[in-house]
Design a protein around this ligand. Structure first.
Ligand code: NAD
Ligand code: UD1
Length: 348
């Protein structure tokens, strides 16, 4: 019988793409989501794309009894934990909401997993957990030092999961935790069908959805935050990764958790990034080339909290997960644009 994966936050942007890959790889998929930042339409489309059914429970991961019931009903072997709030600015305004949702939500989830004896977990972490560094290319052993409540919620969860795994050694557990902390760089793009993609609420905070909405005429002009950074053209450089490449990393992570490396348990962090960065101007240029649309932009002051340059060292993921990105920036933009064109109002 196929293994069952519980996907928390499975109706969201990355979660819905993960559901497609999991179903296509032959897993049974159970989604829990409270729909705070998503719609069930994404899951309908996941099933349309794959021609396979999944099971959906509309609950909050902080609902311990509800979650325990699901573990009792479904024979779950692994959890991929995407559920969380993710807007940096909002996290500064509502820190308690972010810690409660992200940190407490994860505590409840792992308590329920303990009770159900399910100890295999893939966690959505973020490059945002790293502190500022003199090197723009980040390796997993770089010091951590998140600078906002969202980032700190991810760093706290990483600490909790490392402590949980360390405790197995002390208690000589015969069913030790197997945990992959996946630190995403900048996921963009959409499924190549154009049926699922990123559906931000209101005005997007992130570059790619903002550019797409300028191109389609929903927003008038892009502000390029800073053109005086010490980078090749003065604008910020990031490691953009196709969301489908990203979710394939999760499938590889599950296989790795089930393999020799994790035989006696463990908790390890992996960067999921391409290993190269593009500047904001390079993104605009490539967008214009791929879509044949002009992007109206102006230079604005730097955004508080932004780094000049940040990209992944993805070697550990290649070595231990046997994973690397396959798609190009052109692919990411073409797919993001197809999704935008086919769904100008997102899922609504
Ligand atoms: P998203 O908002 O599209 O998806 C998150 C999903 O979790 C949503 O469907 C939301 O309704 C659900 N959710 C939130 N809190 C919940 C709760 N308490 N109980 C049940 N469901 C809940 O975001 P995404 O971009 O798909 O991100 C997925 C994960 O990846 C998040 O944890 C995010 O922090 C992390 N991440 C995202 C990015 C990015 O750029 N998108 C980068 C790094 C890390
Ligand atoms: C942001 C979050 C980070 C999160 C990541 C997820 C902040 C400070 N950081 O990272 O915690 O993990 O998203 O993808 O919000 N830009 C513009 N104009 C815009 C929007 C962005 O010029 O309207 C620039 C930014 O200055 C940056 C680049 O585009 O140089 C990418 O920005 P964005 O997509 O917001 O991602 P990050 O800042 O890397």
């Amino acid at each position: 019988m196929a293994n069952t994966v519980l996907v928390t936050g499975g109706a969201g942007y990355i979660g819905s793409h993960a559901c497609v890959e999991l179903l296509q790889a032959g897993y049974k998929v159970v989604v829990v989501d409270n729909l705070v930042n998503s719609k069930t339409e994404s899951l309908k489309r996941v099933q349309k794309i794959t021609g396979k059914a999944l099971t959906f429970y509309e609950i909050d991961v902080r609902d311990k009894e509800g979650l325990a019931d699901i573990f009792a009903k479904e024979s779950i072997s692994t959890v991929i934990h995407f559920a969380g709030l993710k807007a940096v600015g909002e996290s500064c305004e509502q820190p308690l909401n972010y810690y409660h949702n992200n940190v407490y939500g994860t505590l409840v989830l792992i308590e329920v997993m303990c009770d159900a004896n399910v100890r295999q977990l893939v966690f959505s972490s973020s490059a945002t957990v790293y502190g500022e560094s003199v090197h723009a290319q980040y390796s997993e052993d770089f010091p951590l030092g998140a600078i906002n409540p969202y980032g700190r919620s991810k760093a706290m969860i990483e600490d909790i999961l490392r402590d949980l795994s360390a405790a197995d050694k002390l208690t000589q557990s015969n069913n030790p935790w197997k945990i992959a902390l996946l630190r995403y760089f900048n996921p963009i793009g959409a499924h190549e069908s154009g049926m699922i993609g990123e559906d931000p609420n209101g005005i997007p905070n992130n570059l790619m959805p903002y550019v797409s909405q300028v191109a389609i005429g929903k927003l008038a002009q892009l502000s390029v935050f800073g053109n005086d950074y010490p980078t090749r053209d003065g604008t910020g450089i990031r490691d953009y990764i196709h969301v489908v490449d990203l979710v394939k990393g999760h499938i590889k992570a599950i296989a790795t958790l089930e393999g020799e490396k994790f035989q006696s348990g463990g908790c390890h962090a992996y960067n999921l990034g391409a290993g190269r960065g593009y500047s904001v101007l390079e993104i605009i240029e490539t967008f214009e080339k791929v879509t044949d649309k002009k992007i109206n932009y102006k230079f604005s002051p730097r955004r508080a909290g932004d780094l000049a340059e940040c990209f992944a060292n993805p070697e550990l993921a290649l070595k231990q997960l046997n994973w690397k990105v396959e798609k190009s920036l052109d692919d990411m933009i073409a797919d993001a644009w197809r999704w935008q064109l086919k769904n100008p109002q997102g899922y609504s």
